[in-house]
Design a protein around this ligand. Structure first.
Ligand code: CND
Ligand code: ZN
Ligand code: ZN
Length: 378
């Protein structure tokens, strides 16, 4: 029996307040309104940005359903939806692409103004939520909310993908892989023969390593305080790895010495203000570019010497790897299907949805790269 047009009761992982675990409860998911799509989520990755909400670093409105790296199947569509239909395999997009705003129309922009990042409302475009628990609304997260069996997203925030794509793998194209890889190939535009440093070797940082390698970098230096990350980083293209805790001097001084004055490109993929400055200072003063990928705590500010910029360095940020999401995600999935890159080394754990708290513990203790939670059998 079709569920289209009806409220769906299903399981979702709700966070009630920071520093508390997820509770899996039965929620109600309203049908999609005009220009909205209801998706059955089948696989979702666990990214550090979700954990930034749990730790209290990223400010959102509670209660909330987190999750922004997923893949699923369209269950039903609202009025006026033309780009997807029920049964299509899709990836929700935490950076939408409306195609009409200045960012979408600019050749370089990808941060569509319809996004719900930064100061988040936790609501759909009409100012309401599609999720309720015991009659009370529950907030959405960055327009995706994938830690639930069913979610509702705006049509601008969903991309149709290859029907043959393995959802338990390509869910990483919804965030981690695309964010890191794109930071290297789109934001920095790493050139053949260049020297790169990647700070933070988690799922996003390792994807930046893969992007640097694909772009032809000849030296890729991985930087992490967890040396257990080094073997995988080397497997994916890092030529050397260093642990800041092994040195008495600041890591930027170590990198400047190792590279005759600084790297061509550095990437901060941790989300800490100190390492953002260290990454900037690590790149060459004349032509070095540093890309901030890690999500900083909402309330943080940075103080740094303006000489770092005055002497010629470039500092830029990169959200979702600078990909125009709705156009690029289907192509990235096709490239994966054509074996142009691999996702397997990034997926260290695959767990059933009810083990979501365990998956976050694996991330916090540095034991996982990416955990993928399976909601049904994809
Ligand atoms: P994950 O936690 O897996 O990786 C971070 C890595 O940094 C770990 O290996 C840590 O050991 C390492 N680390 C921690 N502190 C330090 C330090 N002081 N010096 C060196 N290394 C350190 O996280 P992830 O890969 O899932 O995400 C990385 C960041 O990217 C995180 O801040 C996340 O919120 C952000 C992000 C950004 C975007 C975007 O669009 N820009 C999208 N999703 C996630
Ligand atoms: Zn993410
Ligand atoms: Zn737009």
């Amino acid at each position: 029996m079709s569920t289209a047009g009806k409220v769906i009761k299903c399981k979702a992982a709700i966070i009630w307040e920071p520093k508390k675990p997820f509770s899996i409860v039965e929620i109600e998911v309203a049908p999609p309104k005009a220009h909205e799509v209801r998706i059955q989520i089948l696989a979702t990755g666990v990214c550090r940005s979700d954990d930034h909400v749990l730790s209290g670093a990223l400010a959102v409105k509670f209660p909330i359903i987190l999750g922004h790296e997923a893949a699923g199947v369209v269950e039903s569509i609202g009025e006026g939806v033309t780009s997807v239909k029920p049964g299509d395999k899709v990836i929700p997009l935490f950076v939408p692409q409306c195609g009409e705003c200045r960012a979408c129309l600019h050749p370089r922009g990808n941060l569509c103004t319809k996004n719900d990042l930064g100061v988040s409302t936790g609501l759909m475009a009409d100012g309401t939520s599609r999720f309720t628990y015991q009659g009370k609304p529950v907030h959405h997260f960055v327009g995706t909310s994938t830690f639930t069996e069913y979610t509702v997203v705006c049509e601008n925030a969903v991309a149709k993908i290859d029907a043959a794509a393995p959802l338990e793998k390509v869910c990483l194209i919804g965030c981690g892989f695309s964010t890191g890889y794109g930071a290297a190939v789109n934001s920095a535009k790493v050139e053949p023969g260049s020297t790169c440093a990647v700070f933070g070797l988690g799922g996003v940082g390792l994807s930046a390593v893969m992007g640097c390698k694909a772009a032809g970098a000849s030296r890729i230096i991985g930087v992490d305080i967890n040396k257990d990350k080094f073997a995988k980083a080397k497997e994916l293209g890092a030529t050397e790895c260093i642990n800041p805790q092994d040195f008495k001097k600041p890591i930027q001084d170590v990198l400047i010495e190792m590279t005759d004055g600084g790297v061509d490109y550095s990437f901060e993929v941790i989300g800490r203000t100190e390492t953002m400055i260290a990454a900037l200072a690590s790149c060459h003063m004349n032509f070095g570019t540093s890309v901030a990928v890690g999500v900083p705590p909402s309330a943080s500010e940075i103080t740094f010497s303006p000489m770092l910029l005055f002497t010629g360095r470039t500092w830029m940020g990169s959200v979702f790897g600078a990909w125009k999401s709705k156009d690029s995600v289907p192509k990235l999935v096709s490239d994966f299907m054509a074996k142009k890159f691999t996702l397997d080394p990034l997926i260290t754990h695959t767990l059933p949805f009810h083990k979501i708290n365990e998956a976050f513990e694996l991330l916090r203790t540095g034991k996982s790269i990416r955990s993928v939670l399976l909601l049904q059998n994809p």
